[in-house]
Design a protein around this ligand. Structure first.
Ligand code: SF4
Length: 552
């Protein structure tokens, strides 16, 4: 006889935080068979189910590539030894103020984020930042959103490809559009992606989204008349007027914003404009971050620090770096060079992969820990029940507590306060931009997300499941391929970097790719290098679309 173990928790892959259930038979005999593995279920009460990434939870759980031991200077050791060895290095570095930076991922609990703040104090630094970088631009928005009501909205305006980045939101959004004749789904993006296929879609010229929204906003405020034959960033003026009137007429409209690395040029300006548009037209507005709890973690950090951190790394002004929940070699463009001059890099990570940090601690996924998160609906929710982490892996909360104990000699209780939304920064960029493409760089490289990959693929991209597509690939319009006699592999160059990519069949992708666009799935490490990680005109590090050329 055996009973069933059941754990209810949240999907680790995005801020929609869908419920997942992990079950297995708890065998009483010491026999290891297929029943010893977990099976994945979703809550049948939920209408949304799980997307391919959510289903990937099991791959993470049973992956043979998980990091199971700590490493110090390339040698396996216990976590205690790794922390002890690191403390000696850290104590020397932190004699100087702001000589070390900490980057924490948005996939941490609120409790872990408070502890990270304590750690930054103990390490004598204000340089505490958030990744994925593109989520930092969203921290000034307090969401006005309800899962329950989403399918009743008479108008949904999406900016960014919500269906690719948060796939389980597709059903309630489509239900809303189909509920009543006259309901509308409008999509604005720099590429016609998955949501665009079902919506009244407008392809905005890459780099122009903030400008187009500023024109829409000025029209709503009565500050601007729109000439009928004018075209703004690819969008005819009459369509901007139509969107404005649609938003005005909507009785319970919802505006949603999604972004991904290499996509929008100045997302902080875009969200401020969308927020104002929602206020004027009395519709709801919400942002959908990439990280599971980026809204919570970012608000606890309490400042836009990534610009300072990336500046200090590039100018070689710091000696140490701590990464909580990721591999800096994968998500920081040009990190190899930074690694060469940094004296000590410590990271908590899930897979060994290419991570060469001096100290690596095996980290637990969200389904292997407990704690709380801020939901898209702005509620504080519990992760639920946790299964035991694999091998020696520990939660970053436990890791930070042990590190603090060694650094300070006493236990630390994190100071907890209500995390507040950050004020919008003063500098905004909604001036008319110049076109991204020119004679020398006739293409725009645009970062896209695929529903089965998470973020830049540092999690899903590493597992055997994807091995058949392990070389980096891009999507190019077949007309462009023919016109330029492109072969199966091409070198793509942007002002930031270059790499050889395979051209993948566009039939694999339901996107419509304009002839002058290269769609770059940003889950490959080499793709990240194509986009500049400098601060944009809003003072935010959030790499956007880049001018590019194809070298045969
Ligand atoms: S949309 Fe997909 S990735 Fe996001 S929480 Fe739901 S199942 Fe997970």
């Amino acid at each position: 006889m055996s009973s069933v173990e059941e754990y209810r928790t949240k999907c680790t892959f995005c801020s929609v935080q869908d419920d997942i259930i992990l079950k297995r038979k708890s065998a009483e005999a010491a026999f290891f068979g297929k029943d010893s593995f977990f099976k994945l279920y979703y809550d049948e009460k939920s209408d949304r189910g799980l997307c391919p990434r959510g289903n990937f939870t099991l791959e993470l759980l049973h992956s043979p590539y998980r990091l199971k031991n700590a490493e110090l200077f390339g040698e396996n050791c216990t976590i205690e030894k790794a922390i002890e060895g690191s403390v000696t290095e850290l104590k020397r570095i932190i004699e100087k103020k702001n000589n070390i930076a900490i980057l924490i991922s948005g996939n941490h609990t609120l409790e872990e984020a408070y502890l990270a703040r304590e750690l930054s104090e103990a390490l004598n630094t204000n340089l505490l930042g958030l990744f994925p970088f593109e989520d930092e631009a969203l921290l000034s928005v307090k969401n006005n959103f309800s899962f329950k009501d989403l399918n009743e909205r008479d108008l949904v305006l999406t900016v960014g490809d919500v269906f690719s980045l948060s796939p389980t939101l597709a059903k309630p959004i489509l239900d809303a559009r189909n509920r009543k004749r006259g309901n509308r789904l409008i999509s604005l993006d720099i590429l016609k992606g998955r949501v665009g296929l079902f919506a009244e879609h407008f392809n905005v010229e890459p780099g122009y989204m903030s400008y187009v929204l500023s024109v829409l906003l000025d029209y709503l405020k009565g500050k601007k008349k729109l000439d009928s034959d004018a075209v703004v960033g690819n969008v005819p003026a009459e369509k901007i007027r139509d969107i404005a009137e649609g938003l005005r007429k909507a009785e319970n409209g919802q505006i949603l914003f999604s972004n991904i690395y290499g996509h929008f040029a100045n997302p902080h300006s875009i969200v401020r404009e969308l927020f104002e548009i929602s206020e004027i037209t009395e519709n709801k507005f919400a942002v959908i971050p990439i990280g599971q709890n980026s809204l919570g973690v970012g608000r606890i950090i309490g400042a836009f620090n990534n610009k300072k951190i990336m500046g200090a790394l590039k100018e070689k002004k710091i000696e140490g770096l701590i990464i909580l929940g990721g591999n800096p070699f994968e998500f920081i463009p040009g990190f190899e060079e930074m690694f060469d001059y940094l004296n000590f890099v410590m990271s908590t990570d899930f897979f060994k992969g290419s991570n060469e940090s001096e100290c690596i601690i095996p980290s637990a996924f969200s389904f292997e820990k407990r704690g709380s998160l801020i939901s898209l609906e702005e509620k504080i929710v519990n992760l639920g029940e946790s299964i035991s982490p694999v091998g020696e892996a520990i939660s970053d909360g436990d890791f930070i507590s042990s590190l603090l104990l060694k650094l300070k000699g006493s236990r630390t209780k994190a100071k907890v306060s209500i995390p507040k939304v950050l004020p919008f920064s003063d500098v905004f960029d909604n001036k008319k931009p110049s076109s991204l493409t020119n004679k020398k760089f006739p293409f725009a490289a645009i970062g896209i997300g695929l529903p089965f990959h998470h973020h830049r693929g540092e999690i899903t991209g590493k597992v055997k499941w994807n091995e058949d597509k392990k070389e980096p690939y891009v999507f190019v319009n077949p007309v462009t391929v023919k016109k330029n006699s492109l072969r199966n592999k091409v070198k793509i160059e942007t002002p930031s970097g270059s790499f050889i990519f395979k051209i993948e069949d566009c039939d694999d992708l339901p996107f419509q790719i304009p002839e002058d666009v290269i769609a770059v799935p940003v889950h490959f490490r080499d793709c990240v290098e194509l986009f500049i990680a400098d601060s944009d005109l809003d003072g935010i590090i959030s790499p956007g679309a880049e001018k590019a050329r194809i070298l045969k």
